[in-house]
Each structure stands twice: as C-alpha cells, then as structure tokens.
Design a protein around this ligand. Structure first.
Ligand code: EPZ
Length: 416
C-alpha cells in the first residue's frame, strides 16, 4: 500500500488550480442514467471514486468515453439496473444510482453501502422517499430491491438533512408523474450544481439551494454538456495547509462563495484572505489563534472540513472546542494527531484541542478521506519526517495531491 513521506517545515507558497468537485461529479454522473441521450461532463476530477462510479455505470450497460477531464456517458443501452456489492462496498456514493434507475427503468437492485469509518451512514431516508413516490422496496440479502410501474410525485420530508438523500430523490422526481416537494432538503452547492444540470436536461426544478425543492415530473430528459463546479472541500483543505504552515498561497479556478463559514474561521484564526470571482489568496504570517467550530449542514461549517481544522488547532495559540454534529464517529484522526504530539481530548461529539508550539513527526495511519488530509496538514508542520500510511483514502478525493503540494514547496513524496 502507498504511503506519503512528508518533511515538515516549509511554508507553502505559490499558486495551484482547484479541481472539479468530487461530491458534485458523483451525483452528476448518475444523472446520465435518466436519459437515452449522451451527456457530457467537463472538469471531471481524476479520482479513484470517479473511476469506481464509471465502472459501476459501465457494467449496467452505459457507454463511457473519457478524454482527460471530459467524460461522455450514453445510457441509451442501459440494460442492467444492478449495483453489485463488490463495487458499492468501496464507495458509498454508489447509492446515488438508486433513484435514477427506479425512475428510468422502473426497477433497481442496489447493494446497501454498509457503514464506513465515520459512521453507520444508513440510507433509510432514500428508501422512505422512494416508497412515498410509489416504489415497492424490499431490503433482502444486503440489497435494496425497488420496483414501480411509474413513480408518482409526492410531498417528501426527510427526518434529517441528507445530501445524497436529497440528490437521489430529486433525480427520481424528475421523471415521476406530477409534482414532488422535498422539504428539509439539503442546501449544499453540489445539490444546486446537480439541479442546474438536470434543468439543462429538461427537468423542471425550482428551489434548489433552499430547504424546499419543487420538481414537476416530465416524460423524458435529453442530453446536455455540463461543467463540474470547483471542489470547495479541496479548496478549504489547501487553505488550511497554507494557514498551518504560515504560507502565502493563491488557489485559482475556485471561489469563496461556497466557503463563507470556512473563510470566516480562517480569518478569526488570523489569516489574511483576499477573494475574487475565481480565486482565493491566503496569507498567514504568524502563529494562528485557536478557533472553535461546530459542524452543521450548509451554509454552516462543513463536517468535511472538521478534521483539517483540528489539525490547524493542534499548533495554534490557545484552546479550541470542536463539535461534530453530523457523523457519530468522525474523530478517527484525533488519535493519530496525538501520535504526532497533539493535545486533544475527546468527549462524545466534542473534542478539546490545546494548541502546542510544535508537533513531532511520526508514522500515522489514514482512516478515511478527510482524516487523511488532516494528517497531511499536521505532517507539513511537524518537526522531522511524518509517514502517512494507507493513503489510498486520499486518492479517493484529492486529485494529484503530492504534485499540488510540491508545487507549493512542500517536501512530500509517495513511497510504495
Ligand atoms: C455527503 O454524504 C457527502 N458525500 C459527504 O462527504 C459529507 O460528509 C456529507 O454529505 C455531509 O455533508 C457525497 O456527497 C458523495 P448525509 P451523505 O446523507 O449524503 C444521516 C467526503 O468526505 N443519514 O448528508 O452520505 C447520516 O448517517 C464525504 O467527501 C441517515 O441517518 O451524508 C449522517 O449522520 C464524507 N439516513 C447525516 O444523516 C439517511 O438515509 C448526514 O448524512 C441518510 C443520512
């Protein structure tokens, strides 16, 4: 398994471009299942999760063409509405094929994703919503079996804000008979990017980005070309790496408009930040001030940035209190940061981080995507060498990570 060897110390400086958003691309690729026409996506990030999704779609009968960061999917020959366990177990987002398959084919057999390091992550809201739209659903032998003559519009209310739940139900509703209203909908920018693409395909959607989304079902959708939005979590991750190292970094092809909560916290920590239509420039001159955070659905502070901020707080001035309200087990990075000398105490969903002048390099283990990013940030500031193991987690969500870090002056290299 690959490892990342990091020599701590250099202040990051320079400019890198931000890639297309993983969490926008994954539902968007599934949207191609809703039409017989080819759909083209540009600015698609080169990530393992994207590769897994394309393999999943291809084994259903979807024609996949990939030229660099442009992907064209043709689901005209879709004939196998099945998502098998061996693919789904490696990527939970596979559940996003369920809504489109039921809507387009009237049936689907999708393996339950199973849990992951950060929590049980059930999909009961996805199932409840499709049942409300008339799908007959049985969960047997670890698979969701769904069947319907045609979905019909319904008023849906999810018990909690769920990003992929909202996306699955919004895609299914595009081809249902009548109007669907999703209340308590997720407001994440990736939901809006998906809605924009669906509307370009002929769907009738209003309210995306608010907590009430209305969809008027139509008979069919047609093809389109859609550019994936920038990855706001990749953006936030590099801002944190620059902040932690006292750096001076410009990120292009991205914007702060989807990261207000994160930018505010970085400014509270003492960073100077300049933002423009398609760039963010961060300068951190001195030791950061500890900042407390509480994760919550968009537009509040994103759970996907919690681990990266914990890393910053381990070497900041003062004490930070972190509250994780979305996932029940998203502190796996804490014990690894403690191996680097961090002072962190976990009590349920609260972590208290006492900033220290320095961390000491050590061997640490990545457990999930954002935890891995947190360990990389800590390794960039720790004294000496840090070896991050199991970095296949990183390859799922960060395109060309070591190349981008090296372009900013970091001393990192991948070791087999
Ligand atoms: C999406 O996951 C993201 N993944 C996650 O990013 C992100 O952390 C999460 O939203 C929260 O923002 C993608 O978009 C592919 P949820 P998702 O459904 O949709 C509970 C990353 O690092 N819940 O919004 O799976 C759930 O257990 C990943 O890129 C149910 O109980 O998250 C969680 O506690 C990690 N039943 C909460 O709701 C359901 O049916 C929010 O989960 C659905 C969710």
């Amino acid at each position: 398994m690959d490892k990342l060897l990091i020599e701590g110390g250099p202040r990051l400086a320079g400019e890198i471009a931000i890639s297309g958003a993983k969490n926008a691309a994954l539902p968007l690729l599934c949207a191609a299942l809703l039409t017989r026409d080819p759909v083209t996506f540009t600015h698609v990030p080169d990530l393992n999760d994207i590769g897994t999704m394309l393999r999943l779609l291809a084994q259903m009968g979807v024609k996949v063409e990939r030229e660099g960061s442009t992907v064209t999917l043709d689901a005209g020959g879709l004939d196998t509405p099945v998502a098998p366990y061996e693919l789904v177990k490696t990527m939970r987002a596979s559940i996003l094929v369920l809504g489109p398959l039921v809507a387009r084919m009237g049936e689907a057999r999708v393996s339950l994703p199973g849990g992951c390091a950060i929590g049980a992550r059930p999909v009961d809201q996805h199932i409840k919503g499709l049942q409300a739209m008339g799908a007959e659903i049985a969960v047997e032998q670890g698979y969701v079996h769904a069947r319907t003559a045609r979905l019909k519009g319904a008023r849906l209310f999810t018990d909690m804000v769920t990003v992929t739940g909202t996306e699955n139900l919004m895609m299914a509703a595009c081809l249902a008979a009548g109007e669907t209203v999703i209340e308590n909908a997720a407001r994440e920018p990736e939901v809006v990017d998906l809605a924009n693409c669906l509307v370009a395909m002929g769907a009738r959607i209003s309210g995306a980005g608010t907590d009430v989304i209305r969809i008027q079902g139509v008979e069919s959708l047609h093809g389109t070309t859609h550019r994936i939005m920038p990855d706001r979590i990749e953006t936030g991750t590099y801002l944190c790496a620059a902040a932690a190292t006292g750096g001076d970094v410009r990120l292009t092809g991205t914007s702060a408009c989807y990261l207000d909560a994160v930018v505010d916290k970085l400014m509270d920590a003492g960073c100077e930040i300049e933002t423009g239509r398609d760039f963010i420039h961060l300068h951190a001159s001195r030791r950061l001030t500890a900042v407390s955070i509480r994760t919550a659905p968009y537009p509040a502070f994103p759970t996907d940035m919690q681990a990266q901020f914990m890393a910053i707080n381990t070497v900041a001035e003062g004490t930070a209190v972190i509250r994780e309200t979305i996932f029940e087990n998203r502190y796996m990075h804490a014990v690894e940061l403690i191996r680097l000398g961090a002072d962190i105490r976990i009590d349920g969903n609260t972590a208290v981080v006492q900033g220290k002048p320095a961390l000491e390099g050590a061997t640490v283990m990545a457990t999930d995507l954002r935890a891995s990013a947190s360990l990389v940030i800590a390794g960039l500031v720790a004294r000496g060498e840090t070896l991050v193991e199991r970095i296949y987690h990183l390859d799922r969500g960060y395109e060309h990570l070591e190349q981008k870090l090296a372009a900013l002056g970091a001393r990192v290299r991948r070791v087999r």
